[in-house]
Ligand binder design. Structure first.
Ligand code: NAD
Ligand code: UGA
Length: 651
């Protein structure tokens, strides 16, 4: 069970404990306290206390204190982002891109991850990420604009690098004005609450480092997804190590999705900032809001109470996952009634109250967050004495498991209840398209079930997941029997045709565009570049759009160059940017065929040749589409027998 936050803390100079909820029943009272008396705003040296709200007094609403004209924020010069993962790396990079005057240092204990961030081969694949990192990490030279007249030209000022990656966690924390905590918060695997409660070890470790080494007043920002009331836990850790020192704690949950992280960060629907109702809390929130305001319209920056902010992240993921389980439950009915779940999703999605998003039926949701966040929510509900609420959300997970079990079971049943001597081809391992993240993929569960039937081979192809990552994920199955070749049946291959050749069944487990039937890929489904995240900008324009890259107009002939710093005409982004760090001569990534460096994108959109595959698979040419990406008529026309979740068999 989650521990009830402590009451009567010694740190009441920061927050009056009477306003901190100790039990859920205190929540409503606390909610009223998100404002501070108007007459206290200009008293500068006011104590940090905010007492029980005084209903009759005039209050300034919290949003007002984030307004640039009324905000009194803390100056931020150096940010330490703890955790260089899928959230920490891209988020820090985008903050650095838009705040060139601020030094942003991403730290991680994982030396290999940091080395990768510092190299040409970033540790994660996200469309557009390379551009952002190149600009912020490597900087740009002063450059003359192309197309100017001989007598008038425009210079773009140099940009100094302001994004750094390091394993020197302590040294970086020591000088930081703000620490973004972006560490992993997985589900506990053992002990109390195993399988549901959040494992807070990484977060606690990061907070301890901050508590012991940060400057007084350093702002702590929860970017990780955490159980509601974690802010109190953080304050308790700080108080235990540095009694009496104020460290404002903010909740700033991240809503990015993998595969579209840069677009999501560049154009967020909302930036939620949860803060305590204290002056230091408000000033800290204003400081964070100012960072985002460098590129996010202030109307999209939503200040709320810290507990609401923590809970809204869990609620958002739970609601998204719930929609997927809802449509998947309908898909099971469709298969038994000849209805088509795609047609149903389209029809109900036209109702603006429902909307079309997250209604794609399939194998169910994977990824590192939905499952763990719903598990955390059910655990929280149970801890608060709300078993009905816990059961409600648990059912979302149950339905998700049901969908995978159903799919794998159907494959086995169709292949005459035995996979002995048979080859199964798996197209796609990633939990969704446009990411190389192999964690928590539905493919793992499907493979686990198939392995029970003793197949001769399972051959996996994924355009972005590395063989090493897939094998690491599969290694959890090795407890029961040998999985990977040469001792086991599973092999990861670098090409879809090798995977499918001679197979008894082809399974589509990721919705990669390349697995769709030969329709040309539309522009909108291609990976974004950073330039596309700004309306109509060219890659070069992106540098101009970033703040504080100044344009200097010089009304003199450009030749001879007026200063030695003048660089040759540099029309493209890459020529303006300072060079990437060099790779060692024996760089394994450069040598591997799957990754040739930052500037080379793996082609994930050119459709595979299903007509060719139809000639190489075994009769009766079974294809099981777990993601609803295939055109049934086209596939049947090529002689395949196609099974799709949510549709009656068609062949
Ligand atoms: P991740 O595992 O990719 O990265 C976390 C990193 O933190 C790891 O590299 C780890 O080595 C490092 N770390 C842990 N403790 C540390 C410490 N004390 N000091 C220094 N480094 C430390 O995780 P992620 O996917 O980036 O997720 C991070 C958080 O963000 C989680 O809470 C997750 O729920 C949330 N989140 C993730 C996504 C997503 O798309 N992945 C989206 C929104 C929110
Ligand atoms: C999700 C949320 O969308 C983000 O807002 C959130 O920040 C993030 O989790 C997080 O907290 O980690 P992500 O997991 O990256 O992002 O990807 P989604 O696009 O949400 O897809 C999750 C899973 O649901 C995938 O396996 C996907 O294939 C599946 N899905 C999605 C469906 O089965 N059907 C759909 O209609 C949509």
């Amino acid at each position: 069970m989650y521990q009830t936050p402590s009451l009567g803390r010694s740190d009441d100079s920061a927050v009056d404990s009477s306003s901190v909820p100790g039990t859920p029943s205190d929540m409503s009272m606390f909610a009223q306290a998100y404002s501070i008396p108007a007459d206290s705003m200009d008293m500068g040296a006011l104590p940090e206390r905010v007492g029980t709200p005084q209903p009759s007094r005039h209050h300034i609403a919290l949003p007002d204190i984030l307004h640039p004209e009324t905000a009194s924020s803390v100056p931020i010069r150096t940010i330490c982002c703890i955790g260089a993962g899928y959230v920490g790396g891209p988020t820090a990079a985008v903050i650095a891109l838009h705040n060139p005057h601020i030094r942003v240092v991403v730290v991680d204990r994982d030396q290999r991850r940091i080395d990768a961030w510092k190299s040409r081969h970033l540790p994660i694949h996200e469309p557009g990420l390379e551009d952002v990192v190149r600009i912020a990490r490597d900087g740009a030279a002063e450059t003359r604009r192309r197309g100017d007249s001989p007598t008038r030209h425009t210079m773009d000022a140099a940009r100094q690098p302001n994004l750094f990656f390091s394993t020197a966690c302590i040294e970086t924390i020591e000088v930081a004005d703000m620490c973004l905590i972006s560490v992993n918060t997985p589900t506990k695997t053992r002990g109390v609450g195993a399988g549901r409660a959040t494992d807070m070890a990484a977060l606690e470790g990061a907070c301890r480092d901050i508590a012991m080494h940060a400057k007084a007043g350093c702002i702590l920002v929860e970017k990780s997804t955490v159980p509601c009331k974690t802010g109190q836990l953080i304050k308790d850790i700080m108080e235990a190590h540095r009694p009496g020192v104020v460290f404002p704690v903010l909740s700033n949950p991240e809503f990015l999705s993998e595969g579209t992280a840069i677009r999501d960060l560049m154009q967020p629907d909302r930036v939620v900032i949860g803060c305590e109702s204290t002056i230091s809390g408000h000033r800290a929130a204003a400081a964070l809001a100012n960072l985002y305001a460098a590129w996010v319209p202030r109307s999209r920056i939503a200040p709320i109470g810290i507990w609401s902010s923590e809970l809204c992240k869990l609620a958002a993921n739970a609601m998204l996952a719930q929609r997927i389980s809802s449509i998947n439950s309908i898909s099971a009915i469709c298969e038994r009634t000849d209805a088509d779940v795609g047609e149903i999703a389209k029809s109900i999605g036209l109702d603006p109250r429902i909307g079309p998003q997250f209604l794609k039926a399939g194998l169910g949701f994977g990824g590192s967050c939905f499952r763990k966040d719903i598990a955390s929510l059910t655990y929280l509900a149970e801890s608060l004495g709300l078993p009905e609420v816990a059961a409600y959300w648990q059912q979302v997970l149950t339905m998700n498991d049901f969908q995978r079990d159903r799919f794998a079971g159907h494959v086995i049943a169709t292949l005459n209840n035995s996979l002995r001597g048979k080859k199964v081809a798996i197209l796609g391992y990633a939990f969704k398209k446009n990411t190389g993240d192999a964690r928590e993929s539905p493919a793992l569960d499907v493979i686990r079930i198939l392995l029970e039937e003793g197949p001769k081979s399972i051959t996996i192809y994924d355009p972005l997941c590395s063989e090493a990552d897939i094998k690491r994920e599969l290694s959890v199955l090795e407890r029961d029997y040998a999985v990977s070749m040469p001792d086991g049946p599973v092999e990861v291959v670098p090409d879809p045709y090798a995977a499918c050749g001679n197979s008894n069944a082809v399974l589509i487990l990721t919705d990669w565009d390349m697995f769709k039937n030969g329709k040309p890929v539309t522009q909108s489904s291609k990976p974004v570049t950073i330039a596309e995240t700004y309306d109509g900008a060219t890659p070069t324009d992106v540098l101009h759009l970033t703040p504080r890259i100044e344009r200097v107009t010089i009304n003199k002939p450009p030749t001879p160059p007026r200063t030695p710093k003048l660089s040759p005409l540099a029309p493209e982004l890459n020529t303006r940017l300072l060079p990437e760090p060099p790779c060692p001569a024996d760089c394994v990534v450069c040598r591997s065929s799957s990754s040739a460096g930052m500037s080379v994108e793996t082609d994930t959109t050119t459709p595979i040749d299903w007509a060719h595959i139809s000639k190489t698979v075994r009769e009766p040419r079974w294809v099981f589409d777990g993601r609803g990406v295939l055109d049934a008529r086209a596939m049947v026309g090529m002689g395949f027998r196609l099974e799709t979740l949510g549709r009656a068999s068609m062949y």
